[in-house]
Design a protein around this ligand. Structure first.
Ligand code: GLA
Length: 747
């Protein structure tokens, strides 16, 4: 049983092999955090770690649910305004219960268990006698993962309305001292850039008020002691299973830091009539004593296996060709079928028709909402096209953007009031489109029927669900004035309801989420769609950075990664097909170009890439991922990462160099996830010497590869001069002591 109650000391201890999370139920009723970190003895009291509050000091130690006005002067987790306008609460401990397993959170995506033995859940109930508010702090500890899931449930048990002004999913007070904060920030087409900075006194935060989690900041914070690396040291993560406005903040005071994460209070309030309740989204707290790498691995495993759901969770993800950068909106059935045939000849498994297939959609200026195939381009509709694609032996998929409406559309003409906007105010222009008011159940119902009809009308196996604009002039058309603060959250609840209904109705469809690339790349979406379009930028060098950053928290099976044409459409940069492939392999591989426009030689390279990826797909999509050389650190000119099978039998290493310099030295890259006692056959792919093919190999010890490193030859060692944007791929296979005389040297 991973949750222990030490009644004599009033302590509750969540524990597994990798972490302990110890709470004290203080006499004043506020649960306090005594310890979050490495596992410690659950039969001993740990109360001495945080001395109890003394009479002359009002400031509580490390409250798990800080509220304003009663002695805690830090950032609150819960602000509950009462009928008289006061937000002061005196939350007293009422009781707690421990449940096997993990209950779902109504209306919200969350992590889950398949068997009750996988986790235990603790609910601590607190109450404020005067207002009647009841607050449940809910914690789940997984048996085999270094994570604790937390959320809050607030119930109005009184007889007057209450208004939530702030309801964070988790607030964690950790000891003070030197901390480093890592966040994933950026913007459109350069999402998930790793930003690391020392925690300074005062507060530092990231967040979104755009209605979606945003390209600008990802709902993740990593806190580390200053000397933590990929392999060593304490690392803590806070991630939020949510796709809307969020706040993630660290506040450092004299003797502690407080990290909190949840719905952004800056555009949120929620009215609780007597008897009503609200559950917050789930926060995932992770801990690693073995550096950032192990922290990421805990998130990867949880998100891949117990957040993603449905039949596609464990299935190999198909290699796809997406029509967007190949033809944009300029196509007809014949052109698409030619593209599909080219894709089939490469070994691609799924043909995806992106934007531009519905009534009058020749640019981004019209037609969103009119989900009927355009007879000018598709006289036989999606059905005939889909059947023809299937007849080639490919799956067929489409792009939709169901949350949107174009002003020039039949839907807007019929229901102008369904588009979000504040009455009487000018609407902010944004990509010629408006967002539908998904806080209204009838709008969700209409979209469900429209998309369900579409999915029934043709053999559609995959859906790319896009969301291309932020929400401005937020206003819920059916919400009374005092509930307008609920709009953003109700919108997100509408999105989740729609996703859930469609995923339930079409379990065999593979959904990929998208928001102009990674504008809604978050754990909430991962629960809806097991993969996401990581970024609209397909340039290999830019993708190195974005995929590296995203991997801090998200598994490779969730990251769509496509090889596109050069000059790259977003950057104008020219990289080799080999480098484009070597980056896209570390994700869910796809192509986004017209193979018919390439030379035969280039097509042959693509064919080899697809075959290589399929042969190693299990390893690349579900293996252990290790970051080796960061594109964000050091000379920023090199990067390397690898996937290793869980049994350490096989591995693939990717090595990348941005700019070639004269006299480039050799590099030794220490590999991970291998068995130091084993030997490995190391080959370069697709073979580095002309004529050598994939046959050149060397035998190296796992000890050498992990303790000394894999040698990447420099120029002086007759290494390859690939020019700028070079890359190398190495395939490692364990060999069983077979002596190999004079193996050839990898050049
Ligand atoms: C967004 C997506 C792209 C593409 C276009 C189509 O920008 O991120 O991949 O689907 O929309 O309009």
């Amino acid at each position: 049983m991973p949750i222990h109650h030490l009644a004599s000391a009033g302590e509750l201890h969540l524990r597994n092999e990798q972490l302990s999370y110890v709470l004290r139920l203080s006499p004043r009723g506020r649960p306090e955090l005594l310890h979050f970190g490495g596992p410690i003895d659950p039969e001993l009291s740990h109360g001495h770690l945080v001395p109890p509050v003394v009479a002359w000091c009002t400031e509580p130690g490390r409250p798990e649910c800080p509220t304003p006005g009663s002695g805690d002067f830090g950032a609150p987790a819960l602000v509950l305004e009462q009928a008289d306008g006061s937000s002061t609460l005196e939350l007293a401990y009422v009781g707690h219960r421990i449940l096997a397993g993990k209950p779902a959170i109504p209306g919200l995506p969350s992590t889950y268990v398949e068997r009750d033995e996988e986790a235990d859940t603790l609910e601590v109930e607190l109450a404020d006698a005067r207002s009647g508010a009841r607050v449940f702090l809910v914690y789940t500890v997984f048996r085999d993962l270094a994570v604790v899931a937390r959320h809050l449930r607030v119930v109005n048990g009184g007889d007057a309305p209450l208004t939530l002004r702030c309801a964070m999913s988790a607030s964690v007070d950790l000891p003070g001292g030197a901390w480093e904060l890592t966040q994933l920030s950026g913007g459109w087409a350069r999402e998930c850039q790793v930003v690391r900075r020392p925690v300074a006194p005062g507060s530092q935060s990231i967040g979104s008020l755009r209605g979606h989690s945003s390209h600008h900041h990802n709902p993740l914070l990593i806190l580390e002691r200053g000397d933590t690396t990929e392999e060593r040291g304490d690392a803590y993560g806070l991630s939020l299973v949510y796709s809307g406005n969020f706040l993630a903040e660290v506040e450092a005071s004299a003797d502690k830091i407080r990290a909190r994460i949840g719905i952004h209070p800056g555009a949120f309030s929620w009215k609780l009539a007597p008897g009503e309740e609200l559950c917050t989204p789930e926060a995932i707290l992770a801990y690693s004593a073995e550096g950032r790498g192990a922290l990421s691995e805990a998130y990867h495993q949880l998100f891949r296996e117990r957040l993603a759901r449905g039949p596609w969770r464990d299935r190999p993800r198909p290699v796809l060709l997406n029509s967007w950068e190949a033809v944009y909106c300029d196509f007809d059935e014949e052109r698409l079928l030619r593209l599909a045939a080219e894709a089939r000849d490469l070994g691609v498994e799924l043909f995806v028709l992106d934007d531009g297939w519905f009534l009058g959609r020749d640019s981004d200026q019209t037609s969103l909402g009119d989900w009927t195939p355009d007879p000018r381009k598709l006289p036989g509709g999606l059905a005939r096209l889909g059947r023809a694609v299937e007849a080639m032996g490919l799956g067929f998929g489409i792009w939709i953007e169901p949350e949107m409406v174009s002003q020039r559309s039949q839907l807007f003409a019929a229901h102008p009031d369904w588009a979000i906007g504040s009455p009487g105010r000018t609407r902010t222009e944004y990509r010629h489109q408006r967002v539908l008011d998904l806080s209204r159940p009838e709008v969700v119902e209409w979209i469900f029927q429209a998309i369900a009809g579409l999915l029934r009308s043709a053999p559609i196996r995959y859906v790319k669900w896009d969301m291309n604009r932020s929400i401005t002039e937020p206003f819920g058309g059916m919400l009374p004035a005092e509930r307008q603060g609920e709009f953003f959250h109700r919108y997100v609840l509408g999105v989740y309801a729609l996703y859930r209904r469609l995923a339930d109705a079409f379990p065999e469809v593979l959904f990929e989420s998208c928001s102009s690339g990674g504008g809604r790349f978050d754990p909430g979406m991962l629960a809806c769609a097991p993969q996401a379009w990581t970024s609209d930028c397909t340039d290999a060098m830019e993708r190195l950075a974005t995929q590296w950053g995203a991997s801090l928290c998200y598994p490779l099976s969730s990251m769509g990664a496509h090889v596109s044409a050069v000059p790259n459409h977003q950057m104008g940069r020219v990289t080799s097909l080999e480098t484009r492939g070597a980056v896209a392999f570390f994700g869910v591989l796809g192509y986004e170009l017209d193979p018919g426009a390439l030379e035969d030689g280039a097509r042959a390279i693509l064919r080899d890439q697809v075959a290589f990826y399929k042969a190693h797909r299990e390893l690349l999509q579900r293996g252990r991922f290790f970051r080796l050389v960061s594109p964000f650190e050091g000379d920023r000119n090199h990067a390397s990462w690898m996937c290793a099978s869980r049994d350490a039998q096989r591995a693939i290493v990717g090595y990348y160099r941005v700019l070639q310099h004269v006299g480039e030295p050799s590099h030794l890259i220490r590999l991970r996830g291998l068995d130091p006692a084993a030997r490995y056959r190391v080959s370069a792919w697709p073979g580095s010497e002309p004529g050598a093919g994939g046959d050149a190999f060397v035998i190296r010890g796992g000890d050498e590869l992990t303790r000394v490193g894999l040698l990447i030859p420099g120029e002086s060692d007759a290494g390859p001069r690939q020019g700028d944007f070079g890359s190398r791929l190495f395939v490692l296979e364990r060999c069983w002591g077979v002596p190999v005389p004079h193996p050839p040297v990898i050049p």
